[in-house]
Design a protein around this ligand. Structure first.
Ligand code: ZN
Length: 143
């Protein structure tokens, strides 16, 4: 039977969980101990004032986020809410089609355009006011 394209769109697995930390140098060895694995990548996302560190855990990843600027988005998040879970990232196959589908469903975006995120991915964020206070990131492989 014919299935319209939007029914075929899926959020795949949780690609990673982003955790806001205030001291990346202290949190990396902590998560290495917790997950019993090495941090495999550190990356500065200069445009966002964010420093990241990645860990693999099963099919998913943990992304630690620390502020690299005193007024950066992570510092503002920690000042308001404290350290902890910052966002959930879902892997999608076709990020432009997912954005279109979610817009049609009434979801709001922080920015509707995709941009280059950490870990060589295309990313886009849904605004938490339309998702029960949870910041949702869509992640797709760069093609
Ligand atoms: Zn992320």
């Amino acid at each position: 039977m014919y299935e319209p394209f939007f029914l075929r769109l899926r959020m795949n697995k949780i690609e990673h969980i982003g955790i806001a930390v205030s001291d990346l140098e202290a949190s990396i060895p902590l998560f290495e101990k917790l997950l019993n694995t090495q941090c495999y990548k550190r990356e500065l996302v200069e445009s966002e004032g964010v420093e990241t560190a990645f860990f693999r855990t099963g099919e998913s990843k943990i992304e630690l986020l620390a502020s690299s600027a005193p007024e950066g988005i992570i510092q503002r998040f920690i000042s308001r809410k404290g350290e902890g879970i910052h966002h959930l990232a879902f892997e999608v196959d076709d990020i432009e089609a997912e954005i279109k589908r979610l817009k049609k469903e009434g979801f709001e975006f922080v920015r509707e355009e995709t941009r280059s995120g950490a870990d060589n991915k295309l990313v886009c964020f849904l605004h938490p006011r339309s998702t029960n206070g949870v910041l949702i990131e869509l992640v797709a492989e760069k093609k």
